[in-house]
Design a protein around this ligand. Sequence first.
Ligand code: FAD
Ligand code: SF4
Length: 470
Amino acid sequence: ERLNNDFQFVEVGRVDPKKVPARKRKKEFKEIYTPITQNQAASQSHRCLECGNPYCEWKCPVHNYIPNWLKLVAEGNIMKAVELCHQTNSLPEVCGRVCPQDRLCEGDCTLNDGYGAVTIGSVEKYITDTAFALGWKPDMSKVVRTDKRVAVIGAGPAGLACADVLVRSGVTPVVFDIYPEIGGLLTFGIPEFKLEKSVMARRRNVFEEMGVEFRLSTEVGKHIQMSDLLSDFDAVFMGMGTYTSMQGDFPGENLAGVHAALPFLISNVNRRLGFEVSTEDFINMQGKRVVVLGGGDTAMDCNRTSIRQQAASVTCAYRRDEANMPGSRREVSNAREEGVNFMFNRQPVAIVGDGQVEGVKVVSTELGEPDENGRRRPEVIPGSEEIIPADAVLVAFGFRPSPAEWFGQHQVSTSDSGLVTAPEQADFAFQTSNPKVFAGGDMVRGSDLVVTAIWEGRQAAEGILDYLDI
Ligand code: FAD
Ligand code: SF4
């Protein structure tokens, strides 16, 4: 009866998955959304209008077959749904958790006009988690193995997605990473309250069973050379990310107690996963007045990690207003619920202190004319200086490219800003200036999103398959 009701979206509103109450979740490093039930998944999926030209699908960077798998979930056919999910996405359980859906698929759902978008992200997560729990594994029985081997540098979403497409096409990917675990920023960046580490551990098993080989704790350029990869493999894919932290270029950034965002987040992961080399590496916010500078996903993760480390207070200063924050709105509201104090329209001009940080000097801003990207430029209000007291400051201004010094030796060209040149529209998608080397993800497009890195890794794999004539 439910399936015959085409007006389900009127009778059944959008229901978001339940969250663990803020007072409880701010004490633990666990995912905050509780799993949805089969009935919830089915009734929410059935709200989909099955638009003839689904905007959600176009807006999704990997172009998931969203209305098709929503229909399968509404019908209770999880095994078919999970197969369909994997036709376009290598890590659907991750995207369901961390994509900024409000800006992507759900932002373009037709039901946004007054009814509330279909909860696409949580259904995607539900499909994959449920299928895995039921014992689903990718079916590799029809794959014809070739003798081709491709080296993949980086086990982040770009590298993993590339390896996924290659192995399903009979090519053996060997994935190298500096870190002792796979995932790149999914493991050593994004905290557990958004993505629990067990999710990537489960995926690692799946990839290994599929035939992906991992060589972890191995840095290319140090433990193994690019020249060896070029001679031992049929092609190389680079998905090495962007790791140069942007600075504010104002006085006081070198004071004790001022930290870049990523070392702080990584030190927390290392402690929790038991990878800490020395206890001195742990950056601890317990009992401190923390000021976080920035307004993106990284800033939100610093805010919420500090809260969980029992900081005395956490203040996030951002130079534009709330509507112009680059990060996911969902994460801003989660941070606020957990006790983060936001100061909008505040631009830092100095970090003050005598050897040790004592505060952040900010000026108030108002939004002026749009810049070249269409975002309104913050303009300083004269005479508005104030100091926010701080015992620790986390700088989360984003990342610039970090090209390896060996790129030049191997004819891998970069743009002036250091991004690797690997055009999607080249004869072989994502081929670099060295025909045997392909690249994708943050190191090509600049720091962006998990799902865009997955898209580029998958497309680059198609480019490699064409290049290898498979
Ligand atoms: P990475 O994930 O950075 O992976 C690159 C890998 O390459 C790393 O594991 C690195 O160790 C390895 N590597 C580099 N050089 C070498 C070498 N020489 N030899 C061997 N291995 C090497 N995106 C979202 O969509 N949603 C979010 O909520 C979100 N939150 C974020 C939170 C934080 C704190 C940060 C920093 C980013 C966040 N992002 C988020 C962005 C997202 O994580 C990245 O865009 C994405 O991980 C990029 O994927 P990638 O594969 O290109 O690079
Ligand atoms: Fe939405 Fe991201 Fe899933 Fe695409 S991959 S459907 S954008 S949650």
